[in-house]
Design a protein around this ligand. Sequence first.
Ligand SMILES: C[S@@+](CC[C@H](N)C(=O)[O-])C[C@H]1O[C@@H](n2cnc3c(N)ncnc32)[C@H](O)[C@@H]1O
Length: 211
Amino acid sequence: MTSPAQELYGSAYALINRYVDILASDGVDRGLIGPRELNRLWERHILNSAALAQLIHSGSSVVDVGSGAGLPGIPLAVLRPDLMITLLEPMLRRCTFLTQTVDALGLKGRVRVVRSRAEDHHQRYGVVVARAVAQLEKLLTWTNPLRTPGGTILALKGQTAAEEVEAAHALITEFKLGAEVLSIRAHPEAELATVVVLRPALTAGRYSGRR
Ligand SMILES: C[S@@+](CC[C@H](N)C(=O)[O-])C[C@H]1O[C@@H](n2cnc3c(N)ncnc32)[C@H](O)[C@@H]1O
């Protein structure tokens, strides 16, 4: 029987499997992945990250802010060879792991690792993605300058997503964005992923909460 990840990744399954092996070995040894995560790497990390792919246009330039061990950037890069992805991460130890992992997976041509805090990085991208980096309000302050004028921010969040959108209401309005909270799956049998989607508002100052 094929797993949801096998069905989703198809011919790229061997590559994503290699990444999971790296997370489970080096990732754990170097303290980037907790040992308790081992039996939920696929569901909680790979498929949760891959859910974002359906929200990203073909050929987009994407920055993964606070990439850590490469999440969600690497699962997206493996699934979507059309994307150019920057993994932005301030910690040297994590950047070393990311560079070695990108090399090992043969992703070097379309995935680059940049060591920087989001606030100190001055390039713009069509799509900004982030998972487990900061509360939405702070995340928005860091990531809005990284967006092209028509660009989108996709924040993978947990159950507090709608509350975080409410708390960031003033900033969302100030930045002339619209916010939506979406519950989506990478595969019909995968768990739901909660994503806050922030993009330029059609009418400045208006935004919708939970959809
Ligand atoms: C909890 S980890 C999450 C890592 C990964 N996104 C994931 O989902 O597993 C938060 C990451 O954000 C990074 N980080 C913290 N402050 C940051 C900043 N100002 N700019 C960019 N990254 C930051 C940390 O170094 C860390 O790797």
